[in-house]
Design a protein around this ligand. Structure first.
Ligand code: GUN
Length: 286
């Protein structure tokens, strides 16, 4: 069977282009700009790359981005004060505090301090709760991106067996809620799951969000399944980027699959940009 390669780079580019067009119209109509505030504490190189990419995406679409780069020894109070200030600013639509934060800062306190109306990461307990009960609210960007990949690739979700491997707060759990919302039958598996291979082999749609390179091999995959690889790992020996799925091993058995890099990865920023647009619209509706 020839597998379809789900092209996250192309789909994310399409989403960004759609947003760019909508943003141009919005600017012409309202004479205002959609604004994302990005807060980075410290000098973690990976975080610096993520933040730079978020800023570049804003620039491409036509959003205004405000950068707040704070030293690594910033106190929790100082960061909380900045968040409070951004919550109150009428010219700020979305707030993103890049994680991880230095050890003197309690990440939970910071997440809880962000106004749910500006929580474009979808990490606030109000956003997570809204997702669980089907109320409007921001959805965590990576799982929202997976839904877009499936829909825009023509994969039917309703009625399908979906197995998610991984139960993190920002991927596995919201992913389960989103697949449920799309009427899939959902199983969340994890490191303590008995007979993991058997469980995974039930899946019509298998979503790997484990964080262990190439763990999902052909013997975890049902013939003809759709496999979505959320993992971004570096192979220790070579430093090369790879997913949680052993791509070459699995490929002959799937009907569709996402590569790493170029699958789920690029979707996260596209969905963040989509959340910023929604934040702008929602704040002006209320
Ligand atoms: N660190 C790694 N991924 C993310 C993300 O999606 N949002 C934030 N705020 N920090 C991150």
């Amino acid at each position: 069977m020839d597998a379809v390669l789900i092209d996250g780079k192309a789909i994310s580019a399409q989403i960004k282009d759609e947003l760019k067009e909508k943003t141009q119209k919005l600017k012409a109509e309202t004479q205002t700009e959609i604004t994302l505030a990005v807060v980075l504490v410290g000098e973690d190189p990976a975080s610096q790359v993520y933040v730079r990419n978020k800023r570049k995406a804003c620039e491409y679409i036509g959003y205004r981005s405000l950068a707040f780069e704070l030293p690594a020894d910033t106190t929790q109070d100082c960061l909380l004060n900045l968040v409070k200030d951004l919550n109150g600013r009428d010219d700020v639509d979305g707030i993103l505090v890049q994680m991880p934060l230095p050890s003197q800062i309690d990440e939970k306190k910071v997440i809880n301090a962000i106004s749910p109306a500006k929580d474009v990461d979808g990490f606030h307990p109000m956003s997570v709760g809204a997702l669980c009960i089907g109320e409007p609210g921001f959805v965590s960007c990576t799982p929202a991106g997976v839904i877009q990949l499936l829909k825009r690739s023509g994969v039917e979700i309703a009625g399908k067996e979906c197995v998610i491997v991984g139960r993190s707060n920002i991927v596995g759990k919201p992913m389960a809620m989103l697949m449920l919302r799309e009427n899939a039958t959902v199983t969340v598996a994890h490191s303590k799951t008995r007979d993991l291979k058997e469980v995974c082999r039930r899946a019509d749609i298998l979503i790997a969000a484990i964080g262990r390179h190439r763990m999902i091999t052909a013997d975890y995959v049902k013939e003809g399944a759709v496999v979505i690889d959320v993992g971004i790992n570096r192979i220790p020996e070579t430093g090369k980027l790879c997913g949680d799925v052993d791509f070459d091993d699995v490929l002959p058995h799937v009907s569709a699959i996402t590569p790493v890099p170029g699958g789920v990865g690029p979707m996260t920023i596209a969905m963040l940009m989509n959340n910023c647009y929604e934040a702008f619209i929602m704040r002006r509706k209320n």
